[in-house]
Design a protein around this ligand. Structure first.
Ligand code: NAD
Ligand code: ZN
Length: 366
């Protein structure tokens, strides 16, 4: 893809779509495909997709599940499998799974034979609302997450919300955090829907149409932003809302103490507190209460353990790509549905960090 071209992926979201993927590929001019998936997704959904691909010649590559396999070693293994399958330049690669499979298979698709046709079939909430859109692919190095990668948007993203029926609750929670982020960035209405959906937080009791609506609205927000700024030269930075402190907390906990969603949830609380302290968001404390109660509903943490030392977290913040001449850049909400980038002092973040280590519930600040 040329750097001056915006993303042109199609996004189709429909219950039952897995049954029709073969037809969609044939309509796109393909008679063969290779599916990359992980063990969990294969166990739950391989027979359904296999039936949906029906007469299409299909090969499957199943990788172990988990972030620890989003590596260059796994990329090499995949190259080996593609060699063995005699994949040609026009053979499409389908990433069938969560963000790990999408990032990994996307990077392989971007680089094998200088680029294979690439399609995403996301099966986690995170992948449906976030990672499958926007064209970022890549793998981790021992030195850091997502350090190697390529911009390689999928030709199409085909999401079947039925697949979320087998998603563990903890993974639902991670996706909810990204949806809450999207709502705070751009949609007061979505925040209300997420609140309704989370009380009680039981997706199994919901209709496909309700789940579809949440995914559709959250994904729309990300897609609109990345379409306007595909190369992250401006507005797309807003998608880092909650992620600046979130990434630093993940790193400070050696990627074991907090999941990404848990850390980003805390990052959202920190950003709301920063916005409140600075007076850029008049409704900060009310919103803080709403987000805290959403996180609580999904059993996500609202406080930072006292074992976390500020110096360690601050070192992680300074390693973050988003800083300008020594000052930290934070995305802060300016009202519900709007956010901007602000330069903040380390001391301000330190204050908020300290509040989150003791605070249970909203502060008494006015
Ligand atoms: N490219 C981007 O723009 C972008 C954006 C956000 C996140 N990411 C990346 O995405 C990854 C996280 O993605 P994720 O949260 O989807 O994690 P994941 O891919 O690890 O999936 C989470 C777990 O759920 C399982 N799973 C997936 N679908 C399932 C289903 N339908 N039923 C049962 N189990 C299922 C997986 O096997 C895995 O164990 C991270 O590597 C992150 O860096 C990328
Ligand atoms: Zn995220």
């Amino acid at each position: 893809m040329r750097r001056d071209q915006p993303e042109d992926s199609n996004f189709v979201l429909k219950a039952g779509l897995l049954d029709r993927i073969g037809d969609l590929l044939v309509q796109s001019g393909f008679d063969r495909c290779v599916v990359v998936t992980d063990h969990n997704v294969a166990t739950a959904w391989r027979p359904v997709l296999q039936a949906g691909l029906n007469s299409l010649c299909q090969d499957w590559i199943v990788v172990p599940a988990g972030e620890e396999h989003k590596t260059l070693d796994q990329v090499r293994e995949l190259y080996g499998s593609l060699l063995g399958l005699d994949v040609e330049r026009r053979t499409p690669l389908l990433a069938f799974g969560g963000g790990v499979v999408g990032d990994l298979a996307g990077f392989v698709a971007a680089t094998w034979l200088r680029g294979l046709p690439f399609f995403q079939i996301p099966t986690t909430l995170v992948a449906m609302v976030d990672s499958s859109h926007g064209g970022k692919t890549g793998v981790d190095l021992p030195e850091g997450k997502n350090l190697v990668g390529a911009w390689y948007p999928a030709r199409a993203i085909w999401a079947d919300p039925r697949t979320l029926r087998t998603l563990p609750r903890k993974q639902w929670a991670c996706g909810m955090v990204e949806a809450v982020k999207a709502a705070l960035l751009a949609s007061p209405g979505l925040l209300e829907k997420l609140e309704d959906f989370s009380h009680p937080p039981d997706p199994s009791a919901r209709q496909d149409s309700e789940i579809q609506e949440l995914v559709s609205e959250s994904a729309r927000i990300k897609r609109e932003i990345v379409l306007r700024d595909p190369w992250e030269s401006g507005e797309r930075v807003l998608l880092n809302f909650g992620h600046t402190l979130g990434h630093a907390l993940e790193r400070a906990g050696d990627y074991a103490r907090f999941t990404h969603g848990e850390a980003v949830g805390l990052g959202l609380l920190a950003a709301l507190r920063l916005a409140g302290r600075r007076g850029v968001l008049t409704e900060a404390w009310g919103l803080l209460g709403r987000v805290e109660s959403l996180l609580a509903a999904w059993d996500l943490p609202r406080t930072i353990p006292t074992s976390f030392r500020w110096e360690v977290v601050a070192a992680g913040l300074k390693r973050d790509k988003k800083k300008r001449q020594g000052r930290l850049l934070f995305v802060l909400p300016t009202r519900l549905g709007r956010a901007e980038v602000f330069e903040v002092d380390e001391a301000e973040v330190c204050q908020v960090f300290a509040e989150l280590q003791v605070a249970e519930g909203s502060p008494e600040l006015g």
